[in-house]
Design a protein around this ligand. Structure first.
Ligand code: PLP
Length: 390
């Protein structure tokens, strides 16, 4: 059997895959098993923040793999404590809890929010308001947190205690927030929901409302974090500070990690055995993340992300078939004439790895992508959109 046949035989069919088996890559370029070359503007859904096989990253990871690959959370780890220190110093938050994915980081934030409220106000104050069109993960609880009906199916009973507010409508949120509310959870740019960039006034009003009522503000930066939007974290564009923030996708540079960070007032909420995970804080993964932050947490690097994003937007807007571009940094949603899924599949055939979000094309290129590679991506998209017009 070839790769595709084996996959279809032995792997549960939870993804509709493109007809490509990738086997190696460098920077923003990937190759399939037949040696065909692709420009990748998806970076593994915003994960390969430094592109494929960045030399410094690969060295940091392999050096750690040759030194000590895992040790359990019962021992101190220099890689994990360095990463925690860096994250806290860069964000002004106080402490972190490590896990292995975005969903897990969000589970951790939900648990901390509920325990803070339980300790301070008792058991009944446990509701979390999230936004319609959000995405927070695939565990039973984070599906519940996700404010989209399509995700609330099959796996009943879901975790109780979530309510969903229309984004960018502070009155709608006010109407849902009550004596039982312990937290509001949101992405400042809804990624899976279609690259919806929340209004600054709205997010600031949410932060004020939360602060007034001792309701915790949880910002899910799983997709928007680690330089994706041209700031180290997207909430910096909004001038607000979360009580809890989750980070995952781009942090490990391609290795699985999820981190929940909390501010000063929450730093002692969790005590021994209230949370944990076997693989969390793995030193190889943390070595990769430390390297990613050493590159991305840099003003010049972040400025280049925004410059490349702005350039890309200008070029996309000139294409026939592109109606509108939603963009913050290198997080890009493209409204097009035609079916985004069909066009994405045709782009892949034409050598451009691109993804979708709702009915938009979506680009989350590696933050290190070059202007030439972006130009190449735009050319392939242009050609594909032309083929698609009857
Ligand atoms: C991808 C994503 C998640 C889930 O992350 P996993 O690593 O797939 O569990 C959660 N929140 C947001 C905003 C995401 O984009």
């Amino acid at each position: 059997m070839n790769t595709k046949e084996k996959d279809l035989t032995y792997i549960m069919h939870t993804y509709g895959r493109y007809d490509v088996a990738l086997c190696r890559g460098k920077g923003a370029v990937a190759y399939d098993e037949d040696g065909k070359r692709y420009i990748d503007v998806s970076s593994g859904i915003g994960v390969n923040s430094l592109g494929y096989c960045d030399d410094g990253w690969a060295e940091a990871v392999s050096a750690q793999a040759h030194t000590l690959q895992h040790m359990s959370n019962y021992f101190y780890s220099a890689q994990a404590s360095d990463l925690a220190e860096t994250l806290c110093k860069l964000t002004g938050l106080a402490k972190v809890c490590f896990g292995n994915s975005g969903a897990e980081a969000n589970e951790c934030a939900i648990k901390i929010a509920r325990k803070y409220s339980f300790d301070k106000f008792g058991a009944d104050r446990n509701e979390i308001v999230t936004l319609k069109n959000s995405f927070h993960g695939r565990t039973v609880t984070t599906l519940s947190a996700t404010g989209q009906e399509v995700f609330h199916n099959f796996f009943f009973p879901f975790t109780q205690g979530f309510r969903y507010a229309e984004p960018n409508d502070i009155d709608a949120l006010r109407a849902l927030v009550g004596d039982k509310t312990c937290a509001v959870m949101l992405e400042v740019v809804q990624g899976e929901g279609g690259v919806n960039i929340l209004d600054i006034d709205y997010v600031q009003a949410v932060a004020r409302l939360c602060a007034d009522k001792d309701i915790l503000l949880i910002i899910d930066e799983v997709q928007t974090g680690v330089g994706r939007t041209g700031r180290l974290f997207a909430h910096e564009h909004y001038g607000v500070k979360p009580d809890l923030m989750t980070v995952a996708k781009g942090l490990g540079g391609g290795l699985p990690i999820g981190v929940c960070l909390c501010g000063e007032k929450l730093k002692d909420v969790m005590s021994p055995s209230t949370h944990g995970t076997t693989f969390g804080a793995n030193p190889v993964v943390c070595a990769g993340a430390n390297y990613v932050l050493s590159r991305v947490a840099d003003d010049d690097f972040l400025r280049a992300v925004e410059e490349k994003g702005a350039c890309l937007e200008q070029k996309l807007l000139q294409l026939d078939g592109v109606k509108h571009v939603r963009r913050l940094g290198l997080m890009v949603g493209i409204e097009i004439d035609g079916d985004a899924h069909e066009i994405a599949a045709k782009c892949v055939k034409n050598g451009l790895l691109i993804i979708t979000a709702k009915d938009l094309l979506r680009m989350l290129p590696p933050l290190t992508i070059t202007h030439d590679e972006l130009d190449e991506a735009v050319l392939i998209l242009e050609k594909t959109l032309k083929e698609n017009t009857p």
